[in-house]
Design a protein around this ligand. Sequence first.
Ligand code: FES
Length: 197
Amino acid sequence: MNQDGADKSRRRFLTAATTVVGGVGAAFLAVPFLAYWKPSAKARAAGAPVEVDVSQLEVGQLINVEWRGNPVWVFRRTEQNIEDLERLEGVLRDPDSQQDQQPEYARNKHRSIRPDVMVLVGICTHLGCSPLFHPDSRPQGMGREWHGGFFCPCHGSFFDLAGRVYTGVPASTNLVVPPHYFIDDDTVLIGEDEGAA
Ligand code: FES
């Protein structure tokens, strides 16, 4: 198989929108898998990259895809979400992503390549539960500044919409940003750095 063929083969594991979670009016939302188009078991075992079409992702929506058996969240931030990320420094443990929880290209305020497209592994960095999505409302027990994010009910950890962990909670590090890059304006490849193939 030539290189072009190999690339196409590797990328054929398109995982389309799985669970789509709208933000407006939702108090809180678990982010279960409900994939209707998944990579094969063999591909999953091999940790094949997953291609996601973000052109259908509406502003304020989150989708859940599977990569290496883990949930990966892809969320389209609103302009307000992006602005709000600037306001949380004082309540976050690692606001500038000093710890190695992301590739170098995501070591920025929004922890993503494009400010409007968040890509995070949806597993709590405390003991591995799956946090809940709270796009607007403040989760119970959250007494500090909040502009939407994720709440882990297992032991009460809070993360903002860049996966940055709040101070004073059991989780000590930000959520993980997986390797990813944009193949084109509409398509993100999760599981691989650009030029790694
Ligand atoms: S596993 Fe998330 S707070 Fe403990």
